[in-house]
Design a binder for this molecule. Structure first.
Ligand code: FES
Ligand SMILES: [Fe+2]
Length: 391
């Protein structure tokens, strides 16, 4: 019998309706589609900029990704602001990640234009030499910012951004229950991946691959045969029972967040891989159509579970970064080699099973924003004008 968790899994019929069961290879290698994804999807979506602890009144955080660069600031009252990390004089990069923020000001390293924490230009050396209308009321474009689950999120759409609460939807309750805003940052890692960002997302959105790819690193801790999938609008989740838990001894419905491994996709580019005591937050940051940076923050509950020695618990949490890195290396060894097949004529399309329904839902959500990639014979020129399913 499957474990009865608090969250109900979707029926097989619902998973069958999740989204496209096949996606043409062109969707992963077409520069035009990639440009549309950057402008129309990623540039208007909420993405993780930093762990909350990295944004302090005395220290800036800088986020770079898909051709954009953003400064994130926090004032003495804890309020966050964000703006384009681009000087409005002649385009210099204003700041680097972790730079000090004396007096709440950001000073351009080229000619000294000075901005406040909101990106408003507040001082210009030899100001009288400029036409007043060129510098009065000048500001770096605003980036929307929010804080949730111990993370600072940004949305490049600025004032036009979808409100964070509307976007996060049902995930707010699921993730909020962990209390991650009180969790500690244990470590951060970044990996370059020679693959399209959507392929990287997909690589971390199902556990179908786990028995093949992670047979040794995750020998028997996770009971993949018992995985349950739930689609949450454009987001999704997956709950996997833990071998270490005696579910028969628990009264159903079992709180999955406390007694199982839960995996959440925050559409489009963020994944939470959550254990009861710790989590990995993965951000897929596209750098080019065929290059992605995987950024991971490992976070943990600060206090050890009842009955567990705190020092031992702390050591185990600290070693979790390396353990995760070993698992991720296995995924990346497969994902990196997608570079060798990406343009091969033998790569025609992906097909998805019901176990990969979360990927189908991801593609449906992308299509809802950008329109379907596969438009048939009159579709994108990058499809070669061919119906991709003609074979
Ligand atoms: S480019 Fe920033 S002050 Fe000149
Ligand atoms: Fe994996």
């Amino acid at each position: 019998m499957p474990v009865e968790f608090l969250v109900q899994p979707d029926s097989e019929a619902a998973l069958d309706e999740a989204g496209p069961r096949e996606v043409p290879a062109g969707a992963y290698r077409d520069p035009a589609r990639y440009a549309a994804e950057v402008d129309g999807l990623l540039g208007r979506s909420w993405v993780v900029a930093a762990h909350s602890s990295a944004v302090r009144p005395d220290r800036l955080a800088v986020w770079d990704g898909f051709g954009q660069t953003v400064v994130v600031c926090r004032d003495d009252d804890g309020r966050l602001t964000a703006f384009a990390n681009v000087c409005q004089h002649r385009g210099a990069r204003l700041a680097e990640d972790g730079a000090p923020c004396p007096g709440g000001q950001v000073v351009c390293p080229w000619h000294g234009f000075t901005y406040d924490r909101a990106g408003q230009l507040v001082a210009v050396p030899r100001r009288a030499s400029f036409d007043r209308q060129l510098v009065d009321d000048l500001r770096a474009p605003t980036v929307a910012v929010a804080e949730f689950a111990g993370l600072v999120w940004i949305n490049l759409a600025g004032d036009a951004a979808e409100p964070f609460g509307d976007w996060i939807g049902d995930l707010a309750g699921e993730l909020g229950d962990y209390g991650m805003d009180a969790w500690c940052l244990v470590g951060e890692r970044r990996w370059p991946v020679a693959a399209n960002w959507k392929a990287v997302i997909e690589g971390f959105s199902e556990d179908y691959h786990a028995r093949v790819v992670h047979d040794e690193t995750i020998p028997s801790g996770l009971m993949y045969d018992g995985t349950q999938i739930r689609l949450l609008g454009r987001h999704s989740m997956m709950v996997t029972p833990l071998a270490s838990v005696d579910y028969d001894a628990l009264v159903p419905p079992v709180d999955h967040r406390r007694h199982a491994y839960c995996h959440y996709s925050a559409f489009p580019a963020t994944i939470f891989s959550c254990f009861p005591t710790h989590a990995q937050v993965m951000s897929m940051v596209p750098l080019a159509v065929d290059r992605t940076e995987l950024r991971v923050q490992v976070v943990a509950r600060p206090e050890a579970p009842v009955g567990t020695d705190q020092a031992r618990y702390d050591r185990r949490m600290a070693s979790g970064v390396d353990h995760f890195a070993a698992i991720a290396a296995e995924d990346l060894s497969v994902l990196d080699r997608l570079a060798t097949t990406a343009s091969a004529t033998g790569y025609r399309r992906n097909v998805y099973s019901r176990l990969e329904a979360r990927i189908s839902r991801f593609h449906r959500a992308v299509d809802d924003v950008l329109g379907p990639y596969d438009l048939g014979p009159s579709g994108p020129a990058s499809n070669g004008g061919k119906a991709p399913h003609a074979d």
